[in-house]
Design a protein around this ligand. Sequence first.
Ligand code: ADP
Ligand code: MG
Length: 326
Amino acid sequence: MISFEGVTKRYDDGRAAVDELSFEVNKGEFFVLIGPSGCGKTTVLKMINRLIEASGGRILIEGRPIGDYKLNELRWNIGYVLQQIALFPHMNIAENVAVVPELMQRPREETAKTVDRLLHQVGLDPKVYRGKRPSELSGGQQQRVGVVRALAADPDILLMDEPFSALDPVTREKLQNDLLELQRSIRKTIVFVTHDMREALKLGDRICVMNGGRIVQIGTPDDILHRPATHFVREFLGDAAESGRAREGLPPLTAEDLADPLEPDGRLTAEGAVSIGADTEIGELLWHLAAEERLLVRRGDDVVGLLERERTLKRIAREFEEGGRG
Ligand code: ADP
Ligand code: MG
């Protein structure tokens, strides 16, 4: 559906903000671009709708280079949602949403029906909200209108640039859920930019991790979570990995996960240490570590490792910060 073939973007300073990027977004796919601030995510999005021209390489939509489309034709087929959506303050919600269909000279009645259906689908009762002004809506409701506006002309592609990142966590979570629900029925090709790994893992069919204008890894949430390709991805997973474990019902960390192997001369350091079962879970483990400097980890009669208080606490902290099982 959308293909990047060795796409590079140099701004005026000559540095490559996006460097030889190649990837493909499939039809109907929810594709998430994630990476730290400045890694080139917005540049990628804006090259798709030609708000920015690539300096090298090719971008194709449905097999045709984007330069072959008339600019209007291209833009009308691509909805665009930004972090701060700019609704026209003097127009009501229905008018705001209908701007593009109006430009396209779509029949008004048809547009009105579409607008009502979409408002309803994002949880805004059209009877209540159609006639309201943007200023009467909360931030979360305005973002919902932003999504409706991007979809009003029924584009094939939806580009979303950190659309929920300015919202409070509770509102953000609601909008994420509603977007997933909406996508189940509309099945658009979505390219969604975020720097929040939890959001990426939750929403994406596939996730593309970027750093410094390059792709570090492309994979399903499962790939990213359990098979991070590089240290960078692992770091970027952060505590999303922990919440990912919880969500997937993965067992919590155990004494065995956290233990250091006994060194050859470990008998000395381990002497007199209290024993603890290998399957002891982290919560229980913390109680033991509060009381004991060292714990021997046993499975049956075998000693499988040693936990030292300070080292173990550091390791737990790191697990929660960086994610992964080490
Ligand atoms: P992200 O969306 O991931 O934060 P951007 O695509 O906005 O990243 O920016 C990527 C890099 O390109 C950054 O180093 C940024 O400073 C630079 N950049 C972005 N826009 C411009 C511009 N108009 N002129 C020069 N440099 C830019
Ligand atoms: Mg950006």
